[in-house]
Every structure is written in C-alpha cells, then in structure tokens.
Design a protein around this ligand. Structure first.
Ligand SMILES: [Zn+2]
Ligand SMILES: [Zn+2]
Length: 253
C-alpha cells in the first residue's frame, strides 16, 4: 500500500491511498482543480481514482468533493450523517455509499473509528490491504481509548499535530477561537500528539507524518521537536511533518 498527503491543514485536506487494485481519496477539501494539480505534481492520475471516502463534513475536508466525484463519476463513501451534511455540495445523481462500520473498496479495507471533534460525527480510519495498515487520525479534540486502540495497530500513521499551545495562547486569535481549538471538540496540540505517540509507538509503527498543522499557531520545526521530545531517540527518524502548501512524497507502508 502507498499513500500521499495531497493537502493537510485548515485550508484543505486530501489523502491519496493506493492499494494493488484501487486508488482512493480520503477527503477532497480543496477545489477539484487544485486536487488535480497536486496529484499531477506526483505524477498521479485523477482518472485512476475509484472512490472518495469522507472523515467528516467540515469544509476543509469536503470543499471539492462534489465537483471531483462528479467529474470522474466515482462514488462517495461516508457515515450517513456526514453524507447528509454534505448533500448541498454534491451534484445531482451523485452515487453515495452510506457506511456505518468497516467496508471494503477493491481490496482496501476501511475500519472507521469515532474521534471527538466539533462536527458530529467525525471519523478516523484504519486502512489495510493484505500486508500493511495505515491509520488516518486528524481533527481530534482529545485522545480517547478508542483512538489509542485503533492507531496502535498501524504500520504508518497520519496524526494531527495542530498547534503549539504557547503560540496559540499568546497568538492573535480571539479568546473564543482559542478556546475552541484548545478544547475537547477542537484540535490536537503538538504536546498531546507527542504524549499519544509515546504510548503507542513500537517496532510495528514505521512511519508517522504529523499533519493538520496550524499556519498561525505552529511551525513544522516546533511540531517535530515537541513530538520527538516525548519519544526515545531511536524513533526520531520515523517522524515526519507535512505543511499546508506542500504535497508529501509517495510513501510506501
Ligand atoms: Zn480539518
Ligand atoms: Zn474538522
């Protein structure tokens, strides 16, 4: 299995996942044109994509889903409530697949798990083929036992490391927004991402990409350094980071 983070952050999210028989996008949170541009930058073809899977209905995850899915005539998978909340973005006649539990798309098996976030419901995913497992876990207000028990199984993990708590508290955001981001329905801080990783990392987890970084309240260096400071040095080289304006390399899981 391979994956490429096309975009990650509050201005748009999309992750390309490739199994031997299917290519899927998890979220289409930028315009279809921008997603196509980002795919092309890694020589990936939008025509090869067979489905879109949604994590939740916030605009930074669904902005381009209607145009993209309609252009390539592909189905959109999501929890029934997520699909309901996305209806206005979808084109007439769009094929949707409501899911409420594990499902499979041509050999890629998806296991959704609930994460606490101020958009009900929000899901993380375990995605596996016959040999390896990827976990996607962003937009989480706080860490739950459900989150831990799922991502513990992964060989590769895309984990939110949204903000540096000092930068957030001393930064320009109004109090209400600071409270929302820092609160139990908001986003995971670098510190909390590091604490979580320290609990679950082991030989099985070969790569971690920190994502959904705030442009205003974080830097890639702060995210990496804070998370690494929670981990034994043997794990430091496994931790990577992605910022909003760039497309990741294509990682093998
Ligand atoms: Zn988001
Ligand atoms: Zn969100």
């Amino acid at each position: 299995m391979k994956f490429c983070i096309l975009a990650s952050g509050s201005r748009g999210n999309s992750i390309y996942v490739e199994g031997s028989n299917s290519h899927v996008l998890v979220d289409v949170g930028m315009s279809a044109r921008e997603i196509e541009r980002r795919l092309a930058s890694r020589e990936l073809s939008p025509e090869s994509i067979g489905a879109v899977v949604l994590t939740h209905a916030h605009g930074d995850h669904v902005k381009g889903v209607g145009v993209f899915a309609n252009r390539y005539k592909i189905p959109v998978y999501g929890h029934p409530d997520t699909l309901d909340a996305t209806t206005k973005r979808l084109k007439k006649g769009q094929s949707v697949v409501p899911i409420n539990g594990p499902f499979e798309i041509n050999g890629l098996r998806f296991t959704p798990f609930r994460v606490p976030h101020d958009c009900e419901p929000t899901h993380g995913y375990l995605i596996n083929d016959s040999t390896s497992m990827l976990a996607i876990c962003t937009d989480i207000g706080y860490v739950t036992d459900t989150v831990k028990s799922h991502i513990r199984q992964a060989n590769a993990l895309i984990l939110e490391s949204n903000h540096d708590s000092d930068m957030l508290m001393n930064g320009p955001y109004p109090f209400d927004l600071k409270a929302r981001i820092d609160g139990r329905g908001g986003h995971l801080s670098n510190h909390h991402a590091g604490e979580l990783l320290n609990e679950i990392i082991g030989p099985q987890l070969r790569r971690v990409v920190l994502g959904h970084l705030s442009n205003e309240n974080n830097t890639p260096e702060k995210a990496l350094n804070t998370v690494r400071s929670h981990l034994a040095s043997e794990y430091h080289s496994r931790i990577h980071v992605i910022v909003q304006k760039t497309v990741s390399e294509i990682y093998s899981v």
